[in-house]
Design a protein. Structure first.
Length: 336
């Protein structure tokens, strides 16, 4: 199982999906799922995948990743916080809270510019410096010049999966969760999953709400997969699953979360609840699910299932694979 997962993850990591420019990545998921005989339907901001089994649990994962966007002549901004998405940002998400801490982490990192519609390669460069601009309220990057690049062109981190002993490292958020769902489908899962766009910019919950309203559905057992930053490498080793009772926005589905806790206990999987783990309540952040619950007045709800990582929101986000089989056993048990 681990070898198959790594193979899926290596492919996903190399496919660009900068927030707001996820089309190429969605096509990859679509091809993979259709090759397995699954039905796919694309809506604005959402790719739906369905097997032959109608279940009350709907799996979900975000497909966008952080990167750069060209916003003017030789001007490159952190894509998630560019003017395009400014109205959906309020400073409360984990992404926004981490901005200052990652200001210099991408210096000397290679980036690849690509056509947002076709995925065609435009050029490659290297980040030479970065700084937070108070005027633009964003992280600005200096890069070596790329000819013929125009505003609106995304630049993805030129990423590769690194494997050292039990640890894997790359820009795992959000490809890790997508890879988990694809692995489940390869292993015979026949339920429904929805892949969402623009989560890093705080917009994905709107696409989810529109998707469920279109279908006249009020899901109660939406299970959102994600990675979650923990305080130390030792915590990442010792914790198998990260759960939540809530985030800043809303309470999650308590019976659903309790069911996951019971499964963790039965399988001897070590879990934490993020809202009880963090010292500062604001560090819980404002998640896609919490926004959806609040934005639907509680008619749509669910809970989260997260994999603990270190170096969150960098190109060296790391996960200890010794926890993977235990976490997957919990996940497979809950989805049946």
């Amino acid at each position: 199982m681990i070898d198959e997962f790594i193979a899926i993850l290596q492919l996903l990591v190399k496919t660009p999906s900068v927030v707001g420019n996820e089309r190429v990545f969605l096509r990859l998921i679509q091809r993979e799922c259709e090759s397995l005989g699954l039905r796919t339907t694309e809506y604005e901001g959402v790719l739906e995948v369905c097997g032959i089994k109608d279940t009350d649990i709907v799996l979900s994962a975000h497909v966008d990743r952080n990167g750069l966007i060209c916003t003017g002549p030789n001007e490159f901004q952190y894509a998630a916080f560019s003017a395009k998405f400014g109205a959906d940002l309020d400073g409360s998400s984990v992404s926004e809270r981490l901005l200052g801490s990652i200001e210099k982490r991408f210096i000397n990192h290679s980036v690849v510019a690509y056509d947002p519609w076709t995925g065609a390669y435009i050029g490659q460069s290297k980040i030479t410096d970065s700084y937070i601009s108070p005027q633009q309220n964003n992280l600005i990057f200096n890069i070596n010049p790329i000819s013929a690049i125009t505003p609106g062109v995304p630049l993805a981190y030129n990423d590769e999966l690194s494997i050292e002993k039990n640890w894997i490292s790359a820009q795992l958020d959000n490809v890790f969760s997508v890879a988990v769902i694809l692995l489940l489908y390869r292993q015979g899962y026949q339920g429904r999953a929805v892949f969402t766009c623009e989560e890093e910019a705080g917009k994905s919950w709107r696409y989810l709400r529109a998707y469920f309203r279109r279908r006249d559905e009020s899901p109660q057992r939406l299970l959102v997969l994600d990675t979650s930053p923990v305080n130390s490498e030792q915590d990442a080793i010792s914790i198998d699953v990260v759960l939540r009772n809530r985030d800043i926005s809303a309470e999650f589905n308590a019976p659903f979360t309790a069911q996951l806790v019971a499964i963790c206990d039965a399988l001897n999987a070590h879990y934490i609840k993020k809202d009880e783990y963090v010292d500062d309540p604001a560090a819980m952040g404002r998640t896609e699910l919490g926004r959806l619950i609040a934005g639907s007045d509680g008619t749509m709800t669910g809970t989260t299932f997260q994999f603990p990582t270190t170096n969150y929101h960098t190109a060296q986000e790391s996960y200890d694979m010794s926890s993977f089989e235990k976490a997957m056993s919990v996940l497979k048990t809950i989805i049946g």
